[in-house]
Design a protein around this ligand. Structure first.
Ligand code: VG1
Ligand code: CO
Length: 544
């Protein structure tokens, strides 16, 4: 088969954000756009020449076309074997699992995660390293630099590979191995959690649950694990068929976008347990009857109870949370006498700590929780962890969380997102805050006295790499915090995220509505950042 060398010219702005390169599908459909980025991966990740590569995506619109292109480019760039998920499907955590299990040199994951899909919506691509996790900044920067000079790419001419039949075929010299997308991942889950106990809970007649796959990638994984292996009744998984446009929805598991599921948990007849995952299967939302578990609390609860599950029976070595995530996990770490690390937003910053064995569990406020079992956050893993706890404790979700608050105190927490705001206005707002920072420490703002104010910078304790400008932190005496940063995953305008947190030790005050409890801090944040004056917005678009 002929290898063709195609001349090309660089596109600007092929810089990966928080989690890979995310753009509109129409941007990716421009001639050479995808190819340039993929060639930059092969040019910089030289171990792939003669090596193994994992390839799959969340099944969104353009997934299959992109996979065919990447396969033909992999063949032309000397890759020996590619493991592709059947139908071109691999959830992000499953891809990480397979990269590690088969000791490949890395993987290419096609996803724009929780962003909508379809011809006019979003697509994305990212490279994961041989350890299984998202490439660290040193690698993404090298790929980005290469995209700025790339002048040709290599591709073979060949018919499309049949992605729907499990088995091996050849593409030029390269072997394409279409694998069951679910089996390896399901086996890993069975090795971590007590499937017998969860199965008994499902059979008890006293437990009703739904898992909302949001017409995204977790459908087949959840059906296999929950319904087939654990014996949950058919129909437990809702919206379980992956669709290229996620059924027109926004595959983001939160109170706004997974509204139908939330409704099923409401009232006296509400479900005992509801859970959902996002487009690529790495996020999770956990609900009890009339009860929402904030992702920050979820991390803390899992850390405090890890020893009740087989996979973590011998304890956890440490925990990490992204900087905007609430400090609930810090209190658990302190009680357990283990380290708690504060990292910048994005899973790539957990990789070194996990590889070095410094942490076992980690999480983000953005519905992301995970452990050292893979190197990505993992939606179904978190759901199974909760199910394992429910099966062992035989308490409700609300009872478990309330008991946790009584022991550790409650970190009231919310995030306000202002989406699609003007980019120049967003930059102006951030610059304004930078100028304000030095004057804040010591100031009294309402009932709160500023203890520190900075632009978060992180030095990786393992390799010493430094990440700067990771978000503005304003910390108050007593532990309350306001954090502001701009999103690195959007494809239109800018998104301002405002994170608010306040600690309450007294269990007599643990039942307040969150927005009400945090109202004074929310107001301080709006005024400090001049949100209304600078963006014209009086209300956030999404509150989580
Ligand atoms: C968001 C979240 C961040 C998460 C990232 C990728 O990034 O805030 O915590 O790691 O999405 O998640 P940003 O830069 O928009 O705030 V996913 O599920 O898109 O892979
Ligand atoms: Co995701």
């Amino acid at each position: 088969m002929d290898t063709r060398v195609i001349s090309t010219t660089p596109f600007d702005a092929q810089k990966p954000g928080t989690s890979g390169l995310r753009k509109k599908v129409t941007t990716f459909q421009q001639p050479h756009y995808l190819e340039n980025f993929v060639q930059a991966i092969f040019d910089t990740q030289t171990a792939l020449d003669g090596g193994l590569l994992v390839l799959g995506g969340d099944g969104r619109f353009y997934n299959r076309e992109a996979i065919q292109t990447i396969l033909r480019m992999a063949a032309a760039n000397g890759v020996a074997r590619v493991l592709v998920g059947q139908g071109g499907i691999l959830s992000t955590p499953a891809a990480s699992c397979i990269i590690r299990k088969y000791q490949t040199q890395g993987g290419i994951i096609l996803s724009a995660s929780h962003n909508p899909g379809g011809p006019d919506e979003d697509f994305g691509i990212k490279f994961n390293i041989g350890a299984g996790g998202p490439a660290p900044e040193s690698v993404t920067n090298a790929i980005y630099q290469r995209t700025q000079t790339v002048d040709q790419y290599r591709i073979i001419e060949a018919d499309p590979v049949d992605l729907d039949q499990v088995g091996e075929s050849r593409l030029g010299e390269m072997v394409v191995q279409v694998i069951d997308a679910v089996a390896d991942y399901a086996d890993l889950m069975a090795s971590l959690f007590d499937f017998d106990a969860i199965g008994q809970l499902f059979n008890s007649g006293h437990f009703r649950m739904r898992f909302d796959a949001m017409h995204a990638v977790t459908g087949p994984y959840a059906v296999e694990i929950l319904e087939h292996r654990l014996g949950a009744e058919p129909g437990t998984v809702m919206n379980g068929v992956p669709l290229e446009d996620f059924g027109g929805g926004h595959p983001d598991p939160n109170l706004v976008h997974a509204h139908a599921l939330v409704e099923l948990t409401r009232g006296a007849q509400g479900l005992d347990f509801g859970a959902a995952s996002d487009g690529d299967g790495d996020r999770n939302m956990v609900l009890g009857q009339d009860f929402f578990v904030t992702p920050s609390d979820s991390l803390a609860v899992l850390a405090a109870n890890a020893q009740l599950t087989p996979g973590y029976r011998s304890g956890i070595s440490g925990v990490a949370r992204s900087m905007p995530t609430s400090q609930a996990a810090d209190r658990v770490a302190e009680a357990l006498g283990i380290d708690c690390f504060e990292t910048p937003t994005g899973w790539k910053f957990f990789g070194n700590l996990l590889d070095a064995g410094r942490i076992t569990l980690c999480g983000e406020e953005s519905f992301g929780t995970g452990s050292d079992h893979v190197r990505e956050k993992d939606g179904l893993w978190a759901v199974l962890f909760w199910l394992n706890l429910l099966a062992v404790k035989r308490e409700s979700v609300a009872e478990i969380v309330r008991a946790h608050w009584r022991r550790f105190g409650r970190n009231y927490y919310t995030r306000h997102d202002y989406e699609g705001i003007d980019s120049t206005a967003a930059e102006g707002l951030v610059n304004h805050l930078h100028l304000l920072l030095p004057s804040l420490p010591g100031q009294q703002l309402g009932d709160f006295k500023v203890a520190f104010a900075d632009d978060f910078a992180y030095t990786d304790p393992i390799d010493g790499s430094v990440a700067e400008h990771q978000g503005i932190r304003i910390g108050f005496e007593g532990g309350a915090r306001i954090v502001l940063r701009l999103s690195g995953t959007g494809t239109q305008g800018a998104t301002l995220r405002v994170y608010i947190e306040q600690y309450e030790a007294d269990s007599a005050h643990h039942d307040r509505p969150v927005q009400e409890a945090l109202a004074p801090l929310i107001l301080i944040a709006r005024e400090l950042a001049q949100i209304e004056a600078r963006t014209g917005r009086t209300q956030p678009d999404v509150i989580t």
